[in-house]
Design a protein around this ligand. Sequence first.
Ligand SMILES: [Zn+2]
Length: 266
Amino acid sequence: MVLQISQNCVAYHGGLEPIAAACLAIAQAAAVPVAVHLDHASDVTLVEAAAALGLCSVMFDASALPYGDNVRATAEVAAWCHERGIWVEAELGEIGGKDGVHSPSARTDPAEAARYVAATGVDALAVAVGSSHAMLTRDAVLDLGLIATISRAVSVPLVLHGSSGVPDRDLIAAVQAGMTKINIATQLNRVFTAAVRRILSAEPAAVDPRKYGAAGRDAITPEVTRLLRLLAAGGISQGTAAGLREPAADRRARGGNAGEPLSPVE
Ligand SMILES: [Zn+2]
C-alpha cells in the first residue's frame, strides 16, 4: 500500500511537512506495510524536502522536458535518492490529463522505455498506455498489448497513472499484462464527495465538518477494499505467470526503509 502526496497536494496544504508528518504517522501505525510517496514532483527542492522528512519513495516527473533533458535530470535525482535509500519512479510519454494539457492518446515507446530505465537507473516507470488523469467516467481504453510489450522490455515495475478512468475488468487485465503499481485518486474523491453531498442534502443544517467528513471517509473504506481485492486477483495471476519483480532500491537497501511500492492508492 502506498500513500501518495502530489506536488499539487503540497501546494494545496501550503507546504509538505504537515501532510507528510500525518501520512508517516498513519503509515507507522498501520498493521500492513505502508510507503509514503511524493507523487509528480517536478521540483528538485521538493524531492530534497521529502527525503529530509523521511519519505521513502518519490516520483520525479521530468516528462514535460525533451527526452535528453528528461534523462539527465532524472538520472541525477535517481543517483541522489539512491544514496539515501529512496525509491524513484519516473515517467516517460506524458500521461494525459495533468492540468488538462497533455493528450490522452500519448503512448510510451517500449524500446525508448528500456533505454530510459537503463540510462536513468529509476526503480519504476510510469508509462502512457491510454489512461488519463482525473477522469470522471471509467471508460478509458487501455492498450493492453503495449503494456505487455513494455513489461517485457524493461526490468523495473510499471506504474499506471490515471487508473480511476479504467473500468474494473481492465484494471485486472492491466495487472495481468504487467502493471505493478496502480495509482487511484479521482475514484476515491468521487466516492468521498458523493457521500458528503448526500449527507449535506439530507441534513441541510449540518455544520460540523467532522460529521460530513466522516461520512466521506467511511464511504472510501469499502471502495479501497474492493479495489485492493480486484488488483490482488490480477496480481496473483501475474505473479504466477511471470514471477514477482523487486524494485532496485529494495535490492540495494534491503532491511532499510526503501518502501513497499507494490500496491496501489494514489
Ligand atoms: Zn499521476
